[in-house]
Design a protein around this ligand. Sequence first.
Ligand SMILES: [Zn+2]
Length: 76
Amino acid sequence: MDGKGDIIDQGNEAAEIFRKSALSQRKPDGPEATGHCLNCDAHLAPKQRWCDVHCRDDYEKQQRAAAMAPREPDPE
Ligand SMILES: [Zn+2]
């Protein structure tokens, strides 16, 4: 009876684990430090990507919204 619920829960858990690991391991194709805030474009020290945790959160929200949008599947 609860089979569908289990599948959905596992999917959410996997997505959460993936998101956390993506944040902790800086992948080469992730956002690069430009010396400017990726959220508000303020001038920052080299290798910094955001002013503070709030800008980072805003940026991540935008990324998440973009990830929800339909897009073409990655070619294998
Ligand atoms: Zn900022």
